[in-house]
Design a protein around this ligand. Structure first.
Ligand code: GUN
Ligand code: ZN
Length: 438
């Protein structure tokens, strides 16, 4: 169908959304629900009945599940080509595969083609928002922003700060970094659905001067976010404490430069001390759990309880290329497996929450994205639950919503992508020509 954006339109079908309540398993599920999308791309209504006032509007009935778009809260767009690089752990993987590839993003046209590919693959998997690492190059961030102009995702990104521990081609001195970063912040201000994140890569690639500058910037401009990595591997932690001998632990390195606060997103956080967990909780910072990366690189097993028991907000990230998939269902399944290896069970409703509202909270946008609720952006996807015989049987047999969602996380025949259409701002951004019934 052609969606008429001059009038509100309605999508009717099975509908699931988490809700931002006190308990993360609060949600709505309807076997036959109605999502009404306004001309401004915002949600007008969600519920089991179509409000009278929209009775004359275009209704599209779908056999697919209507769900909020996913938030990939930690991912590196330049790392698609180094996904599935064999046989290393974090620090060696960075040197051997990642840094050489990232060096190529100083070339605007290469960066542009990779950015478009990356954003399309994300949309095709139902990702509508992403907190993205770029590279040190201004043109790499510009390329990402330009590619997104026609694709319409909601993005968070920034210049990836590095001034040591990397090849010269990826390092700049602090004067140059300030210049590139500040210009990038200015050009980003005018962009729709783009938020700037100060992005010191991690302590090992940043001088004290660079971290100090990042902290001052974060303090001086409340509209900025900050994203980085922490406590991912034992080697990295040892090297960090050698480089910052005055810091009491890894979190203290960031805290001492003013980088620990409610607008901070820290990826991984696997090997925290108790002190770090407690200080983290006090700060209001979010953790982004990246399970496919943690198992692929052998970094360790995330302790969900350490965060949940302290009320720390959790988002989920693919962390491609350390992670091996952009598919949110793969990420959620891997998070489930990681918890299982620690002898714990993760509720599928919690996993869905983390990958939608949890991510939205991390980027301070839970008032406008992350669930299907009136007033929020109509960022949603359609998930195929019927075209595969086994998959649809699993869905039908599952007695509860919790179990139904779980079947989506674990049943992907031949790595099939089960998302068949993705919308942002109420506009169709991608559909699977065969399976989509739009
Ligand atoms: N720590 C610093 N840089 C990176 C990166 O690119 N990927 C991962 N997984 N960890 C990092
Ligand atoms: Zn990362």
């Amino acid at each position: 169908m052609v969606l008429d954006k001059k009038e509100p339109f309605v999508v009717q079908g099975r509908l699931f959304t988490p809700l931002d309540q006190r308990e993360v398993d609060e949600h709505l599920y309807y076997d036959d629900g109605f999502l009404v999308v306004g001309v401004d791309g915002r949600i007008l209504s969600v519920g089991p009945k179509l409000p009278e006032e929209y009775a004359q509007n275009q209704v599209h009935r779908t056999r697919h599940l209507i769900a909020p778009g996913f938030v990939d809260a930690h991912v590196h767009y330049p790392q698609l080509p180094v996904m599935a690089s064999y046989g290393t752990s974090l620090l060696e993987w960075l040197d051997r595969y990642t840094f050489p590839e990232e060096t190529r993003y100083g070339d605007r046209s290469y960066a542009g083609s990779r950015a478009t590919k990356f954003l399309k693959l994300s949309l095709e998997r139902g990702v509508t928002s992403a907190a993205i690492f770029s590279t040190i190059h201004d043109v790499a961030l510009e390329a990402l922003q330009a590619s997104n102009h026609d694709l319409g995702l909601n993005l968070v990104s920034g210049i990836t700060g590095m001034d040591r521990g990397a090849p010269d081609s990826l390092s700049v001195d602090i004067v140059a970094f300030k210049d590139i970063n500040e210009k990038a912040i200015e050009t980003s201000r005018g962009l729709e659905r783009f938020s700037y994140a100060i992005t010191p890569r991690f302590a090992l690639s940043c001088s004290e001067e660079m971290l100090d500058y990042c902290g001052q910037l974060l303090e001086s401009d409340q509209s900025l976010l900050m994203q980085t990595h922490i406590n991912e591997t034992e080697d990295e932690i040892l090297a960090t404490s050698a480089l910052f001998p005055r810091a009491s632990d890894y979190l203290d390195v960031y805290a001492s430069f003013g980088l620990l606060g409610s607008r901070s997103l820290f990826a991984h956080g696997i090997h925290n001390t108790e002190t770090e967990y407690d200080r983290w909780a006090e700060s209001g910072a979010s953790v982004i759990h990246c399970p496919t990366s943690n198992t692929f690189l052998g970094s360790g097993l995330f302790d969900a309880d350490g965060y949940v028991s302290r009320g720390i907000n959790v988002g989920l990230g693919s962390d491609v290329g350390g992670g091996f998939s952009l598919n949110p269902f793969v990420t959620m399944a891997e998070a489930y497996k990681v918890a299982k290896l620690r002898g714990k069970v993760l509720d599928p409703l919690r996993l869905m929450y983390w990958h939608t509202l949890g991510g939205a909270k991390a980027i301070h946008q839970h008032d406008s994205i992350g669930s299907l609720e009136p007033g929020k952006y109509a960022d949603f996807c359609l998930i195929d639950i019927t075209s595969d015989e086994v998959g649809s049987e699993l869905w039908e047999r599952a007695a509860t919503v919790r179990e139904k969602l779980f079947s989506l996380m674990f049943f992907m025949p031949d790595s099939k992508n089960r998302v068949v259409a993705t919308f942002t701002d109420g506009a169709l951004r991608w559909q699977d020509e065969i399976q989509s019934d739009l």
